[in-house]
Design a protein around this ligand. Sequence first.
Ligand code: PHE
Length: 355
Amino acid sequence: MSDLKKIKDEFLLKLNENLNFNEINEIKSKLFGKNGLISSQFKKIGSINEEERKKFASDLNIIKDELLELIDTKINRIKNSEINEKLEKEKIDVTLPERSFVRGKIHPVSQTIDEISSIFSEIGFSVEEGPDVENEYNNFTALNTPDNHPARDMHDTFYLDKKKEKLLRTHTSPVQIRTMLKDKPPFKIIAPGRTYRSDSDQTHSPMFHQVEGLHIDKNINMGHLKGCLNYFIKEFFEVNKIKMRFRPSHFPFTEPSAEVDIGYEMKDGKIVIGEGNQWLEILGCGMVHPNVLKNVKIDPSKFQGYAFGIGIDRLAMLKYGIHDLRAFFDCDFRWLNHFGFDPLDVPTNYRGLSR
Ligand code: PHE
């Protein structure tokens, strides 16, 4: 018994000290580990003579329970206080004002593409993509623009090889072909992206952006095209009324074809969209040519539809009062800081597009 009492007294004293997690665990294994002081007392039981054995075992069990409970309570207390300390240290006051740091801005072209996608998604268009490096077939031939067709010259194409098989796409229309080849009609897609032509001045840049639209289904007609574009322009410029003019035009891949102008006027040096007697050309469109449908194995007597191609940079310039197209691609930080958008300001139709 004196052995047991010694152990108990010694450890009661130790357990009263200010211990950390490791120290208390060390004590626990010293007592209750495989060769621990208490564990080895248990091994002794068998060798004790019969009269003393019962009492020894009962004393030993009491001491064991007592020490174990003490140790476990202490361990729990230490664990809790460590968690509380951590919580206290890592506390963040979310009501504090933000520190001033330099923040990136969203480029007006990216913002405009997001706005356009949001507007068209409201009326059931999904977004498709195609590569900037195209083959000549998708960019021209499949779009009813065969070799030697005069429209090829008008595109000022950047060819990437001598055979003129690879090129930088001159418009987003090849995405029409890619989309129709990989799936079955109906189709209702837009395809925003970069396009390239060898041309550069205040209103032309060798790289610019377009968004293609394609809607193929049964019984689609020019009225649907007009309704769709009218809705888009009103939503985009956030006006209730818009003056639009469809001017007959020519594209090899649409028949009939039209270019669309919107009405505007200058007020105090600013463009006001939707009023006045001036006209601005913003897009090309038309009913998809039956030859294009045949090229992608769609029967033009069953399916037909419209397509359009809108210049994105032009729209962004108009909406946000940017006068020189080249500034878009100068990478001038001060310019981007002025015309750019807050990264958290994601445009949606219901929350407002440009605020
Ligand atoms: N791809 C034409 C262009 O870049 C625009 C367009 C697209 C016209 C679709 C009609 C239909 O000029």
